[in-house]
Design a protein around this ligand. Structure first.
Ligand SMILES: [Fe+2]
Ligand SMILES: [Fe+2]
Length: 286
């Protein structure tokens, strides 16, 4: 176990990080760092609700920080897969976005009265190499898995942003959701390319991978949304106001997003996704 903090330092690279926030990583007029810097809570919340919301944002901080490794680890695989340069460069931007998301979540923890610091296992695993796959297929599978996660995250974040009434939570969720729109494009884009690049055997291997991808996605989403004790409507509204949707609602929205968005989109790409969902099973190799 180690201590995770995601503060921006004051070393020689910190000014460049600030410049990145103002330029490359900016999205529209949004400046969630500035909103957080001046923010106070506008609503009244019980200590218990504040503690649950802090815990949600702290878990999110850890998750966002870890997500950066997925995109940075994808770069070598994308290089081996001979994709075009824009794909490789923008994938690194995605890794930067995720690090930034971690600091934004930390800002929310502070706003909620907590210290954005936690003991966590900071070990990172390399991405699966998929022994049965060609180099393009291996990159495609990992990018697609990331794309499915991002698509689901986008649905959750969009809903949370709609329900949040605290201006700081709205500003942060707006940035996160906007970035996840881009992040989802990597996997869906490569899947589109796959129609021309994969032969029948390669397509069959991709279809065999799909139940593992879907099962692992569900297992990880449920792990990220641990169930606590049932809450009253008033408590649920308060959590929504703070941008911290309760896990039961999150799991329901996840299931609906799979049925209404993810599976139809995979089917439209030519994959037997509904059958794969029926056969889904989690695996370390996803
Ligand atoms: Fe993120
Ligand atoms: Fe993301």
């Amino acid at each position: 176990m180690a201590k995770l903090r995601v503060d921006v330092g004051d070393g020689p690279l910190s000014a460049e990080y600030g410049r990145l926030l103002r330029t490359a990583l900016r999205r529209g007029e949004g400046d969630p760092e500035a909103v957080l810097a001046k923010a106070t809570l506008v609503g009244d919340y019980s200590p218990e609700i504040l503690a649950i919301a802090r815990d949600t944002w702290l878990r999110r901080m850890l998750h966002e920080h870890h997500s950066a490794t997925i995109f940075s680890n994808l770069l070598p695989q994308l290089m081996e897969a001979e994709v075009s340069l824009d794909v490789k460069a923008v994938t690194l931007r995605m890794a930067m976005d995720e690090l930034r998301h971690a600091t934004l979540c930390a800002g929310m923890v502070r706003l909620l009265g907590g210290e954005p610091e936690l003991e966590a296992n900071l070990h990172t695993d390399p991405l699966p190499t998929h022994a049965d796959a060609t180099r393009f297929e291996a990159a495609l599978r990992n990018a697609l898995f990331a794309g499915l996660s991002e698509t689901v995250a986008l649905a959750l974040l969009t809903q949370e942003r709609e329900l949040a009434t605290e201006p700081a939570a709205r500003a942060v969720l707006t940035q996160l959701a906007g970035d996840e729109v881009l992040h989802a494009k990597l996997g869906w884009g490569l899947l589109n390319d796959a129609r021309d690049l994969l032969d029948a055997d390669g397509w069959a291997r991709l279809e065999r991978y799909l139940p593992i991808a879907l099962g692992t996605l569900e297992a990880r989403m449920h792990e990220a949304m641990p169930l606590g004790k049932p809450r009253t409507d008033e408590e649920l509204d308060a959590l929504d106001a703070l941008g911290a949707m309760e896990s039961r609602e999150g799991r329901t929205l996840f299931a609906r997003t799979m049925q209404d968005v993810v599976l139809p989109r995979l089917e439209a790409a030519g994959l037997a996704a509904r059958e794969a969902w029926r056969l889904r099973r989690p695996s370390q190799e996803a």
